[in-house]
Each structure stands twice: as C-alpha cells, then as structure tokens.
Design a protein around this ligand. Structure first.
Ligand SMILES: *Cc1c(COP(=O)(O)O)cnc(C)c1O
Length: 387
C-alpha cells in the first residue's frame, strides 16, 4: 500500500481510542453505559427551522450549486444578527462568509495565514482542531496554557516576547470548551492590544456565545476590535440552535481575512446547500424562544452535576457558559486512568482532560448534552465509586 503523506503522520493518534475500546468492551458485556462525553445537543432543532428546511428542499432552485461565499440573504441575516446581538456593524458583502460548520473555517484559517514554520498560538486545553490544522498547514503550534489560577485565560507572561513577535495567528475560544470559562471585557481589550502590538490575527471561536447562564452574555471580539483590523470570528448555528448535523456556520471580521479564507474555500468546497442556508436565516431572524429554553435546560443540568461533584468533594467551578463541566480528577489518578476506572467499575463515560492537550491533564470534562435522568444516574454512580 502507498504510504500516507508525512502530514498525515503528523496527526497524533486518536487520543480517545483507549476510552472507545473500553466503552466497546463494556457494551459487549451488556453494561448500561451513561455516556457524558459528547458535545452534541440532545435537544432537537426547533420546529420552525426544520419546517423552513423542508419547504426549501422542495424548491428546485435550491438544488443547484450554491454561491461559494453564501447567499447574500444569509450573509445579511448574519450581519443583522450581529448588530442586534453585539452592536457590531458588518458589511455582508465583504465581512461575512458562510462556512460548512465553523470547524471547517477553523481548520482552514491556518492554511490562509501560516507559511511553513510560522507560529500559531494555541490554547491548551482546547478544541483539538486548532493545533492539528496548524500542524497540517506546516505551522508551529505554540501552546498557551489555560490555568485555573488565571481563570483559564491565557496570560501574556506565559508567551515569550520573541514568540509573540513571530506569531501570526492566535486562537481564542470563550465561552470555552472544555473549561467552561468565560472572558471579561478586559481580557478581550488586552487581546486586541497585544494583537495590534505584535501584528497577530486573533481567531476567536465563539461557538458558545449563546450558551450562557445566570444572566451572563457571551461577547464578540469585534466589540473590542472596532475597526476589525486584528480579528476574525467563527460562529456556529450548531450549539445555539441544536443544529450540529446540519453543518452551517460563518466567519466574520477583517475583510482581508474573510476574502482570503473565501479564496481558499472556492478551491476546496462549493458552499452550503441553499436549503440549509434558508433554514439558518430562519434560525437567526425568527423566534429566539428556543434559545432561552435551551439555556434553562443546560443550566439545570449544570447545577445537578455541580452539586453532585461538590458533594463528593471534587473541586469544580460553576460555569457561566457552554454545556461542559470541567473538574479536577481525584488525587492519585491521571485523567485517563480515572476515566478508564470509571467505565470499568461504574459504566460512566467522561472525557479525560488530557484529550484536550497536555494542559488538560488532571481534569475531566462532563458534557450535559444528555437527559437530566441519565445525568442524575451518572452522578449517583460516580458518588458510589470508592476513591
Ligand atoms: C462544537 C464546536 C465548534 C463547532 O462546531 P461546528 O458544528 O463545526 O460549527 C467549534 N468550536 C468549538 C470549541 C466547539 O465546541
């Protein structure tokens, strides 16, 4: 067989392979697993969005190739939503591009900005795509540790001056997967200030900007980068409208960055199915009741997990955003050991922190995208574990 290219070899082995194997073994034995790993909403896509998709699917005008950058109507809906939600003005023609899910844009942006050997600043723990896409593009990831003592925000002092000067892009993600942390205004202001000083493109992943609790609201980095000189922001309908399977998101921000990303994309994909774009317009411009309902559901589940873990003496912060709980592994275990023990002894599956990068060691992530009943069952089993 032909050897795969070295860039494929660069992709580290799938970190959750061992956990998956343990899961399969348990299933084979007939264990009733409580799986608290997936970052995929169990709630259905709101009905009015599904209906719009059904209508649009029946229209032959939507059966042909869509435009590469997304229909103007979709990009206008995005611009209107940005104004309403963040008070940020966007030119739909030059500052918005449709994505086949935000992961697609996140995976492509390093190809647009990194020459062989260029540095990208990558948060750890973090969404694995930032680092892998940097490696695939021939870039060098420089890890920005997110530490609990700094509220899981990267700090300047952890990045040497010469690295900051050399870096071309930096990934940020708040509300944050996996830590559930949020960033305040001061953080965004500082990030923009640093980006200006070191000429870095900030790539803000705002997938969870709408999944927030207790009155907290996610921010757009464009609220702080007033002339859109230093940032591109990735957004997704996946989490806000429970549309992970639909594959639609968008990037907004600096027009050069948007045009460059678009140029790459025209040579790789052929846009988003128009019927899906119509559904997305409905999502962004129609009733937002489902979003509020979604927040209520996740907030309640968060409280169940938080109370349960706290009662066990596990150290945990109550997140103001995302559907994840990030908690300390009890002493004496690595995060992978703890996760494996839990599957074997209790049939509960959670994600070891090390899967999100070296700085995730010592933590585990619980996702609340499963029913309250199953979450309660998981917590009950966790509590019964001998530590
Ligand atoms: C879920 C998620 C995304 C993106 O999802 P898409 O479905 O590709 O839009 C992006 N970033 C983070 C951190 C996520 O958790």
């Amino acid at each position: 067989m032909v050897m795969a290219a070295s860039r494929i070899e660069k992709i580290p082995p799938y970190i959750f392979a061992r956990i998956d194997k343990k899961k399969q073994e348990a299933r084979k034995k007939g264990v009733d697993l409580v799986d608290l790993t997936t970052g995929d909403p169990d709630l259905p896509t709101p009905e009015h969005i599904v209906r719009k998709m059904q209508e649009a699917t029946a229209d032959p005008r939507n059966h042909r190739y869509p435009s590469y950058e997304g229909m103007l109507e979709f990009r206008k809906a995005v611009a209107d939503w940005y104004m309403k939600r963040f008070g940020v003005e966007l030119n739909p023609e030059t500052e918005v591009v449709a994505l086949i899910g935000s992961k697609e844009g996140i995976a492509h942006i390093p190809w647009v900005y990194l020459n062989e050997g260029d540095v990208a600043l990558i948060p750890s723990p973090g969404y694995p795509v930032y680092k892998i896409s940097t490696l695939l593009a021939g870039g060098i990831p420089y890890i920005m540790p997110l530490r609990e003592e700094h509220d899981f925000l990267p700090i300047r002092e952890h990045i040497p001056e010469d690295v900051r000067r050399k870096a071309k892009i930096a990934f940020l993600n708040y509300p944050n997967n996996p830590t559930g942390a949020h960033a305040d205004d001061e953080f965004y202001e500082r990030a923009v200030y640093e980006a200006r000083k070191s000429d870095i493109l900030l790539c803000h992943d705002a997938a969870y900007s709408e999944v927030t609790f207790d009155g907290h609201q996610g921010k757009s980095i464009l609220q702080f980068d007033h002339n859109k000189r230093f940032s591109i922001e990735f957004h997704s309908l996946s989490k806000t409208y429970c549309m992970t399977g639909w594959r639609i998101g968008f990037a907004v921000g600096n027009s050069d960055a948007i045009q460059n990303l678009g140029k790459l994309k025209t040579n790789i994909d052929s846009g988003v199915f128009q019927a899906i774009q119509y559904a997305a317009i409905e999502a962004l411009t129609g009733s937002q009741e489902s979003v509020e309902a979604m927040r209520t559901v996740y907030a309640r589940r968060r409280d169940i997990v938080f109370d349960g873990l706290t009662a066990m003496g596990i150290k945990v912060r109550k997140p103001l955003g995302t559907f994840y709980i990030w908690a300390r592994v009890p002493t004496g275990f690595s995060s992978a050991q703890f996760a494996e023990k839990l599957i074997e002894e209790k049939g509960v599956v959670l994600t070891p922190g090390s899967g999100f990068g070296e700085e995730g060691e010592g933590y585990f992530r619980i996702s609340t995208t499963t029913s309250e009943e199953r979450i309660r069952e998981g917590i009950t089993r966790l509590k019964s574990m001998k530590l």
